[in-house]
Design a binder for this molecule. Structure first.
Ligand SMILES: [Zn+2]
Ligand SMILES: [Zn+2]
Length: 200
């Protein structure tokens, strides 16, 4: 295939795929133009140059669709707990964000003297946000409740679905306390530290 062509009207060198556009743009009123235009249109190689960008655009579109699906799924995951009313155990799922309060007590657990990592997302499922939950593994408890009531460390263990059990020692703000699941959860800097012989 020829790399260049020549305009039948002005003889300028033009790429074959650009010749039709050249004739249209440069000689729109030339008497030969309509005939040349028809002739060029009939030749398949004159048609628009192969667009190497087309597959990329298609791929970009696919990426956008996939991203939307992923984002939509993520949004549904994070928003669903706020939307779905429910009474899943042990506390009613939080509905809306009109919190009575939003507190962050700190929970530290030691098992045989070794720090035990409190998991992230305790009390958070796609269908339900419990008023007491965790977002990360820092031991920070989040209480986001639309019900104006207090919760206890025992309530957190209920949500966690683990027995409070028998800690060998319990510190509340660094002060030794008789171990009890009835200790109320208050906002930071409240820190509850539980020592177990073995916690799992
Ligand atoms: Zn939260
Ligand atoms: Zn929070």
């Amino acid at each position: 295939m020829a790399r260049t062509d020549h305009c039948p009207i002005c003889d300028v060198a033009v790429k074959p795929e650009n010749l039709l556009r050249h004739v249209n743009d440069t000689h729109p009123r030339h008497p030969d133009t309509p005939a040349i235009r028809e002739k060029l249109k009939a030749e398949p190689r004159r048609s628009a140059p192969k667009r190497t960008g087309a597959p990329i655009r298609v791929r970009g579109w696919h990426v956008a669709v996939v991203a939307l699906i992923v984002l939509g799924g993520a949004a549904a995951y994070y928003v669903a707990p706020y939307l779905s009313p429910g009474t899943s155990e042990p506390f009613p799922c939080v509905v809306g964000t009109n919190f009575a309060y939003h507190w962050h007590p700190q929970l530290n657990i030691f098992s045989g003297g070794v720090p035990f990592v409190v998991p992230a997302n305790i009390g958070i499922t796609p269908g339900c946000l419990e008023p007491i939950h965790t977002h990360d593994t820092s031991g920070q408890i989040h209480i986001e409740t639309t019900v104006n009531r207090l919760y206890t460390i025992g309530d957190f263990f209920l949500v966690w679905r683990k027995p409070f059990g028998s800690p060998t020692q319990m510190l509340v703000n660094g002060t030794a306390t008789s171990p009890s699941p009835s200790v109320i959860l208050y906002d930071q800097p409240e820190t509850i530290t539980l020592y177990y012989t073995s916690f799992s």
